[in-house]
Design a protein around this ligand. Structure first.
Ligand SMILES: C[S@@+](CC[C@H](N)C(=O)[O-])C[C@H]1O[C@@H](n2cnc3c(N)ncnc32)[C@H](O)[C@@H]1O
Length: 203
């Protein structure tokens, strides 16, 4: 049996009781370094994943294979990869709080009309999404940084937008910033793990 467990933005406070139960029952616990570190106390085989992981051999192991997924596994998460290898009947997905949900709660904005874009290891038409939506949330990476987003907005003459950056969400080092496009372009801080939310008007 394979279980993908959404563990939320990172801090264990935000994981569901059911997700914790399934993690405790794991024979094989699979995840990135940041996630496995949170579960050092679980006594089972641990496999750290990276970009070149051979999922086929991991998923053929005996017993309960539990895969730790950041945030919500089905929102630009690991579920997309695992579904290519595992029959749906052999798979359970336990939802988690997405880093974007968490960020919207912090900003106190509703998600009804929020568009979500991922620039994490992929490209999507961010400009089109920003032109069509008053709120856009973005998963970033080391190349597609908050400053990269600001530069793109300036190039498209979308300087009236506000850019909110949520860094290390849910951890003790969490910081939430709000910038104008110009302010962010002039900011040379290298942000740690982050999501960006773009808003328009008085939101
Ligand atoms: C592959 S995506 C997975 C997103 C995940 N499925 C979710 O719902 O949060 C990874 C990206 O999520 C964001 N992220 C995940 N955890 C975060 C956190 N604690 N603080 C800020 N951003 C986070 C970052 O943009 C990171 O590059």
């Amino acid at each position: 049996m394979v279980t993908i467990v959404g563990i939320g933005p990172g801090n264990k406070k935000f994981i569901t009781t059911y997700a914790l139960e399934r993690i405790k029952e794991a024979d094989v616990l699979v995840g990135g370094r940041r996630h496995l570190e949170e579960f050092k106390d679980i006594d089972c085989e641990k496999i750290m994943i990276n970009a070149s992981t051979d999922y086929h051999s991991i998923l053929n192991k005996e017993g309960n294979i539990v895969i730790l997924a950041s945030g919500e596994p089905s929102l630009y998460g690991i579920a997309e990869v695992i579904l290519k290898y595992v029959d749906k009947k052999q798979l359970e997905i336990i939802p988690g709080i997405s880093s974007i949900q968490y960020m919207c709660a912090k900003l106190k904005i509703t998600m009804n009309d929020l568009a979500v874009v991922s620039l994490h290891g992929r490209t999507e038409d961010l400009v089109k999404k920003v032109k069509e939506n008053k709120k856009v949330a973005i998963f970033t990476d080391d190349t597609h940084t908050p400053q990269f987003v600001a530069a793109m907005l300036k190039e498209e003459n979308l300087q009236d937008r506000k850019i909110h950056v949520g860094e290390n969400l849910s951890y003790d080092t969490e910081r939430i910033y709000s910038f104008t496009v110009e302010e962010l372009l002039n900011c040379n801080k290298k942000f740690d793990l982050n999501v960006v939310v773009i808003t328009c008007g008085n939101i």
